[in-house]
Design a protein around this ligand. Structure first.
Ligand code: ADP
Ligand code: MG
Length: 327
């Protein structure tokens, strides 16, 4: 299938109408209108086959995840998604693959009324880059740099599921056979969390005006909270027994494996944020009503670094930090 037909296929499957798109796909650039009083929040994320998703991942899931991880970045800023561009590098012009990819992308695009306004299509090893654009009122964006000693640390949803899902899929993992034989529903739930992360967009918007700092957990809680601490020039003490775990994670992994997945596993796309203790009751209530609750997991302190404590106060040493390229 020629390049032009592939673009047309993506365009028709992902069509979302927006008033602020004066010119979308088809010209040399899109023409877009930012509402008065708002600033643009822009973010890019690339997914490379075999690095960011297993090679056998279904095209639909790759399309979903490519948009989800970008929506998650906007969520972490408290921004409202509006537009995206899509750079697709494909080994071959496979119309069926592209159609399924576009369906996964479009499912989330429609949910957030996000318009695909342009992109690029090239041949090469499979790689997907999305650049997302959203709006946030000036001064209201959630930054990494606002955490203050005395704030509390919170996280939405549950941690460790995506990394656990990856272990379930990894045939080289000595645990893989046990996981396959164990509760199949739990295994499927974890793999679903890996392949179809749910961006916490509504929750990010709710946090505006409440959270002092926010980040989305893509590299693992320990690493990402570490980024907040560095940006805010503070530290954090985390209570490992407070880390939220899904029923599926609890069903399949023992305490130590669970802790390691929750602290160092990537790809969760939950929001980790800091807020004042006084605001916590109302904020947690609002979040629970939004469809994804949050939980207090620790406290911001003046001493730099992230420390993890277990019951009785002893400190847990971490086997490794989050995912790092070129490491
Ligand atoms: P140019 O040569 O000017 O870069 P292209 O032929 O690459 O133009 O693209 C033609 C139009 O299709 C442009 O509007 C571009 O933004 C859009 N486009 C190309 N690839 C994609 C894609 N994968 N997804 C969405 N839009 C795309
Ligand atoms: Mg081009």
């Amino acid at each position: 299938m020629p390049e032009f037909d592939l673009i047309e296929l993506v365009r028709t499957r992902c069509a979302v109408a927006r008033e602020d798109v004066r010119l979308g796909i088809g010209d040399d650039a899109a023409l877009l209108v930012v509402p008065p009083g708002q600033v643009l929040a822009v973010s890019t994320d690339t997914l490379v086959a075999g690095v960011h998703f297993p090679l056998r991942t279904h095209a639909y899931d790759i399309g979903w995840k490519a948009l989800a991880v970008n929506l998650s970045d906007l969520a972490a800023m408290g921004a409202t998604p509006a537009w995206a561009t899509l750079a697709l590098t494909l080994p071959e012009a496979d119309a069926r693959w592209v159609g399924e990819f576009a369906d996964g992308f479009a499912m989330l695009a429609r949910e957030y009324k996000l318009a695909l306004v342009g992109g690029d299509t090239t041949q090469g090893p499979l790689s997907v880059t999305v650049t997302i654009h959203g709006f946030v009122p000036e001064q209201a964006a959630l930054l990494r740099s606002g955490a203050r000693a005395g704030d509390e640390v919170f996280v939405t949803g549950t941690l460790g599921d995506a990394a656990a899902g990856l272990r379930c899929l990894d045939k080289g993992d000595p645990e893989a056979n046990r996981l396959l034989a164990a509760a199949p529903g739990a295994r499927e739930a974890l793999i679903e969390r890996l392949n179809r992360p749910v961006p916490r967009v509504a929750q990010g918007q709710l946090l505006r005006g409440w959270a002092s700092a926010c980040i989305d957990v893509s590299d693992g809680l320990h690493a990402d909270l570490g980024h907040v601490c560095v940006a805010s020039n503070v530290g954090a003490d985390i209570d490992v027994d407070e880390l939220p775990a899904s029923p599926a994670l609890l069903a399949l992994f023992d305490r130590d494996a669970r802790r390691s997945l929750q602290l160092a596993g990537g790809d969760d796309y939950e929001l980790c944020f800091t807020a004042s203790e006084l605001d916590a009751p109302q904020l947690l209530g609002d979040l629970a009503r939004s469809g994804c609750g949050a939980r207090r997991i620790g406290r911001v302190v003046a001493t730099p670094g992230v420390r993890v404590h277990a019951a009785g106060g002893h400190t847990i040493a971490l086997p490794r930090h989050g995912w790092e390229h070129f490491a």
